[in-house]
Design a protein around this ligand. Structure first.
Ligand code: 4NP
Length: 160
């Protein structure tokens, strides 16, 4: 592993939730002045959208909050990601089960639900907004913004 703290966000398609997390968390890293310390990436457990830009609704929702994710391109989770990243943060329990299957086989960094870092009550899952309306994308952003702040605080504490 590099001396940087490497963070990987994982969802199903890598076109809605995890690229949103990558963009929001990268902005939080920049705002905290921690760019030289933290590297961010995202991927999906599925392969359907590999090479594609984020969903246009995710791009628009992020843009409304001043974050550009249009340059991101989907890739699929690979077994060696388990040894390349210090944090592997998944959006829902299905993602967790899928990545844990590989983790049980290969070891490496244990995947965790990203919302463990959020200061929100209720479910620890970021709901899949793909088949819903625009409101779902706003909710995704709210949850991810909260968890991003929590993750920044955690990494900062560990560095101190
Ligand atoms: P994501 O959303 O996992 O947040 O990127 C989805 C994107 C595509 C599909 C499902 C969820 N799909 O079924 O194609």
């Amino acid at each position: 592993m590099s001396d940087k703290v490497r963070v990987l966000f994982v969802c199903l398609g890598n076109i809605c939730r995890s690229p949103t997390a990558e963009g929001v968390f990268q902005q939080a890293v920049d705002a905290a002045g921690m760019q030289t310390l933290i590297e961010v990436d995202s991927c999906g457990t599925g392969s359907w959208h590999v090479g594609k830009a984020p969903d246009s609704r995710a791009i628009e929702a992020a843009r409304r909050r001043g974050i550009d994710i249009s340059h991101l391109r989907a890739r699929q989770f690979q077994p060696n990601d388990l040894t390349q990243f210090d944090y592997i943060l998944v959006m829902d329990r299905q993602n967790l089960a899928d990545v844990k299957d590989l983790w049980h086989r290969d070891g490496g960094t244990e995947p965790r639900l990203f919302l463990e870092f959020a200061n929100t009550s209720g479910s620890l899952e970021v709901p899949d907004p793909y088949f819903g309306g625009v409101q779902g994308f706003e909710r995704v952003l709210d949850l991810i913004e909260s968890a991003s702040q929590g993750l920044i605080a955690t990494i900062r504490e560990k560095q101190a």
